[in-house]
Design a protein around this ligand. Structure first.
Ligand SMILES: Cc1cc2nc3c(=O)[nH]c(=O)nc-3n(C[C@H](O)[C@H](O)[C@H](O)COP(=O)(O)O)c2cc1C
Length: 203
């Protein structure tokens, strides 16, 4: 079920991490094949079981399926033009939204963090189903609030395209080339510290 990424997109992981993590990447070319409601339900069920500060579960998800063209166009219209160009081919678009305050009415400092954790679950569950998902910061939050009727106290966080992979040849440049560009990461030595910031972690 899990699709091996194309050679250029393989994560150069050493030591080798779980195959779900190795298989996830962010494509821009999606096929017409729809995502079943059963798979969508699994994806959100996975998101529902993410960890969150105080078990606040601040995440909310607004979903637009291509099978409902009016809603799909509305969601697409919230994306910035550069993302619209490729995301229009995905059969499912969604927007993650974070509830700003806790149930006690205090600011939840981890609302966006935990909504991101739920998105990571979405990415991995989608990958497990042979799907691909691509996050987008490139959308207009104010337009999202109005067009998608997001109430006060909730922040739009990230848009996401979900679907089955298609050929890079379907894309125009510069997206076609990006579809073949190797994925890179900072070395572990740059992001891990031993106890304090000034000491590298040696593993
Ligand atoms: C919250 C978030 C916002 C992103 N915003 C965009 C975006 O607006 N447009 C885009 O093409 N890619 C976007 N990306 C995709 C990243 O560029 C991509 O995850 C990163 O380059 C690492 O590549 P990989 O996901 O294939 O490992 C976003 C990803 C995340 C998680």
């Amino acid at each position: 079920m899990i699709e091996e990424p194309p050679v250029e997109k393989r994560a150069d992981t050493s030591p080798e991490v779980h195959k779900l993590i190795r298989a996830r990447w962010s494509p821009r070319s999606f096929s017409d094949r729809p995502v079943s409601d059963g798979d969508l339900k699994l994806i959100f069920e996975a998101a529902r079981w993410a960890a969150s500060s105080g078990n606040e579960q601040p995440w909310r998800f607004i979903v637009a399926r291509k099978s409902d063209p009016q809603l799909f166009e509305k969601m697409l219209g919230v994306l910035l033009p550069g993302n619209q160009k490729w995301a229009k081919s995905a059969p499912v678009l969604l927007l993650t939204v974070a509830k700003r305050d806790t149930k006690e009415g205090k600011p939840n400092r981890h609302a966006w963090h935990d909504t991101g954790a739920a998105l990571a679950h979405i990415f991995l569950q989608a990958t497990a189903l042979g799907l691909h998902a691509h996050g987008m910061a490139g959308f207009d939050p104010e337009r999202a609030r109005t067009a998608l009727k997001i109430p006060e106290g909730y922040d739009p966080v990230a848009a996401v395209a979900i679907g089955y992979l298609d050929s890079p040849d379907k894309l125009d440049e510069p997206y076609r080339e990006r579809e073949r560009t190797p994925r890179t990461r900072k070395p572990l030595s740059e992001i891990t510290f031993n106890g304090t910031w000034d000491t590298p972690l040696e593993l």
